[in-house]
Design a protein around this ligand. Sequence first.
Ligand SMILES: [Zn+2]
Length: 305
Amino acid sequence: MKWNTDTEATSHITPHQHWIRNYTPYRVSIHLADNRVIYSEGVGTIVFHPLVNKKDSRDVELTQILHVPALQNNLLPVLYLMRQKQFDIHISFNTISFSCSGSVLFTATIDNNNIGYLNGTTLSSSEQVHMSSTLPFNLSLWHKRLCHHKYRGIKMLIKDNLVEGLVIDSAAKPYSVCKPCIAGKMYANLFLSSDTRATELLGLVHSDLHSVGTSSNGGLMYWITFIDDLSCFKVVLSLKKKSDLFGAFKTFKAYAENATGMTLKSFRCDKGGEYCICPKSSLLIWINMVLQNSIELKTIHNRMV
Ligand SMILES: [Zn+2]
């Protein structure tokens, strides 16, 4: 949950959506050092509570934070802060200091692996409700505060002076895309019931990955389900990272095949792309296993999980 200082990153990047406020959908490709390309899903701001010399310091708001679910770490772009945000950065034996206008705003401690981690904590967006807002009062903000009321209606409230305290101090145009509004208007087709069932144990297994939202004390963030189509026997495994998914699959496969004496024939997951995030090498191993065991991967909607 710490921020890594990174000299190659060009943006603040985090997989933790719950830290981000003023969240706006935003998709941009991010090229990783291992040649992988991943995508952001949103952008917004975060509030960081720094510890400087082990003492609480003034909260810092960082803007243009990209939400990238597929990333494992939080990356703080050191050179970007220095060149684009006029931070004065000083690196000593085990400390990196980030100063602005002569005062140190936050620091990072360099560990034995030469990685600098920011000292302090990031406030989750729910912790910020007691804080006075520094966001501009524009139509987008009031749209969110008024339960996604239509912009025309908000303008009418202001024009006819129908409410007190509804102030607009920014002429910024509202976002053309509002994710909750789009989600609220989407129509989901009903899943048709299927007459076909697997005819043997492990003939077809359904799987899906779920996020808990907040990690447990032990650091667990996800749980994955495996359900046998014929018997409806369920197995649930907890994971710390999405990348542990491939290991969980192998664990389930070994357990289920030992317990039943059958071979896993067919495997079905939804279109969530969970299995696409497996490390490339692991995925290749898995694909090989699929071929050897004639497992067919069906990426269709999964009614069972
Ligand atoms: Zn909306």
